[in-house]
Design a protein around this ligand. Structure first.
Ligand code: NAD
Ligand code: UFG
Length: 340
C-alpha cells in the first residue's frame, strides 16, 4: 500500500484529499503547522473514513523536523498543499509569502532528495496564467504576469519543480492548477474554515447566510461579462480531491513534469453564484455593490480536456451541489471546527 505525505494536509483541500486517498486504499501521513487549520479537521477525516491518519505538527520549512517524517515513514509520494494563500495579505506581507511558500517547497525537495522520494504533486493555481492569456486557459500557455506576490510564489514554485525534474530524470512532478474550489464534504462535517474575515466569495456568502456577516459586497458590476460581474470556474472540493487520486496514479506511472488544469470548464458570474445559493438553500443573501477589487480579472476558467483525456478525470458535481453542500457544512458548523 503506497504511503502519501500530505504537506498542509489539515487544510481545506488537503483534508478532502485525505478522505479520497484513504477511500481509494492509500495510506496518508499529514504534516501541518496548523497556521491556517486545526487538528480537528484530521479527526473528521478519520470519522468519515473510519481509518487512522498519522499526523505530525511541523513547520514544513523546518528541515530537521520534516526529516523525522521521512525517517519514520517510507513515503512514496508527496502532495504539497502547505502554503499561505490570501492574495490581499500577500501584497501587504510579500516577504512572509515568499519565505513560507518557497521555503516549504525547497525543504520538501531537499528531504525527498535525501530519502529517495521521486514523486510530487503540487497545488498550483489558475493564477499562473496571469493577465495576458485568453480564456479558456490551456496547459501549454506560457505562464503570465501575476498581479500579486501569492501568484508569483506559484509561478516560482512551478519553475523550481520543473528544474528539479530536469536535473533528476527519475523524478515525476505533477503541477495541478486549481480553479476556484468551493463546497464541502457531503457529510456536512468537513469543509472550509477560514480564519477571520473570509477573502473568498463562497465562505463570505455562507457566513452572511448563517448570520455572522451582515451583507455581501459584490466587487464591481461593470466588467465586460454578460451581467457585469466577474466570472470564475467554481469546482466542488470533492471533485478536486478526486483529481488528486487520479494524479497520484499518474505520478507513479510517469516521469518528468506534467501540468493539469482542475476545473469544470464552465464559468459562473458572482451574481449567478449568489442566486443559485439562495435558490438551492431557500435563504436570502443581502447584497450591496462596491468598487472593483484590485487585481481581479474579469474572467478565469479552464479548458479541462487534458485532465479528462490523460487522467480520465472530470467533475461530477454541479453548482447546485456545491451550494447545498456548503450550506450543510456551514449551518451544522456556524463557527467552523472550533465551535463557540
Ligand atoms: P488551507 O490554508 O486551508 O491549507 C493550507 C494548509 O497548509 C493549512 O493547513 C496550513 O496550516 C498549512 N501550512 C501553511 N504553511 C505551512 C508550513 N510552513 N508548514 C506546515 N503547514 C503549513 O488552503 P487550501 O485552500 O487547502 O489550499 C491548499 C493549497 O492549494 C495551497 O497551496 C493553496 O495556495 C492552493 N490553492 C488553493 C486555492 C483555493 O482557492 N483554495 C486555489 C488555488 C490553489
Ligand atoms: N468577490 C466578491 N465579494 C467578496 C469576495 C469575492 O464580489 O466578498 C468576487 C471577486 O471579486 C471575484 C469572485 O468573487 O470576482 C471570486 O473571488 P474569490 O476571492 O473567491 O476567488 P478569486 O478568483 O479571486 O481567487 C481564487 C483563489 C486564489 C487563486 C485564484 C485563481 O482565492 O488563491 O482563485 O486560482 F489564485
Amino acid at each position: 500500500m503506497s504511503k502519501i505525505l500530505l504537506a498542509g494536509g489539515a487544510g481545506y483541500i488537503g483534508s478532502h484529499t485525505a478522505v479520497e486517498l484513504l477511500e481509494a486504499g492509500y495510506e496518508v501521513v499529514i504534516a501541518d503547522n496548523y497556521s491556517n487549520s486545526c487538528p480537528e479537521s484530521i479527526k473528521r477525516v478519520e470519522k468519515i473514513t473510519g481509518k487512522q491518519v498519522q499526523a505530525y505538527e511541523v513547520d514544513v520549512k523546518d528541515k530537521d523536523k520534516l526529516s523525522v517524517i521521512f525517517k519514520e515513514n517510507k513515503i512514496d509520494a508527496v502532495i504539497h498543499f502547505a502554503g499561505l494563500k490570501a492574495v490581499g495579505e500577500s501584497v501587504e506581507k510579500p516577504v512572509l509569502y515568499y519565505r513560507n511558500n518557497i521555503d516549504t517547497t525547497l525543504t520538501l525537495l531537499e528531504c525527498m532528495n535525501e530519502y529517495g522520494v521521486k514523486n510530487i504533486i503540487f497545488s498550483s493555481s489558475a493564477t499562473v496564467y496571469g493577465e495576458e492569456n485568453p480564456v479558456p486557459y490551456t496547459e501549454e500557455m506560457k505562464r503570465g504576469t501575476c498581479t500579486n506576490p501569492y501568484g508569483w510564489t506559484k509561478v516560482m514554485m512551478e519553475q523550481i519543480l520543473e528544474d528539479a525534474a530536469k536535473a533528476d530524470k527519475d523524478m515525476s512532478v505533477v503541477l495541478l492548477r486549481y480553479f476556484n474550489p468551493i463546497g464541502a464534504h457531503e457529510s456536512g462535517i468537513m469543509g472550509e474554515d477560514p480564519q477571520g474575515i473570509p477573502n473568498n466569495l463562497m465562505p463570505y456568502v455562507a457566513q452572511v447566510a448563517v448570520g455572522r456577516r451582515d451583507h455581501l459586497t459584490i466587487f464591481g458590476k461593470d466588467y465586460p461579462t454578460p451581467d457585469g460581474t466577474c466570472r470564475r470556474d467554481y469546482i466542488h472540493v470533492v471533485d478536486l480531491a478526486k483529481g488528486h487520486v487520479k494524479a497520484i496514479d499518474f505520478v507513479f506511472k510517469n516521469k518528468g513534469v506534467e501540468v493539469f488544469n482542475l476545473g469544470t470548464g464552465t464559468p459562473y458570474s458572482v451574481t449567478e453564484i449568489v442566486t443559485t445559493f439562495q435558490k438551492e438553500n431557500d435563504i436570502e443573501i443581502k447584497v450591496e455593490y462596491g468598487d472593483r477589487r484590485a487585481g481581479d480579472l474579469p474572467e478565469s476558467y479552464a479548458n479541462a480536456d487534458k485532465a479528462l483525456n490523460v487522467l480520465g478525470w472530470k467533475t461530477e458535481k454541479n453548482l447546485a451541489d456545491m451550494c447545498r453542500d456548503l450550506w450543510r457544512w456551514q449551518s451544522n458548523n456556524p463557527y467552523g471546527y472550533n465551535q463557540k
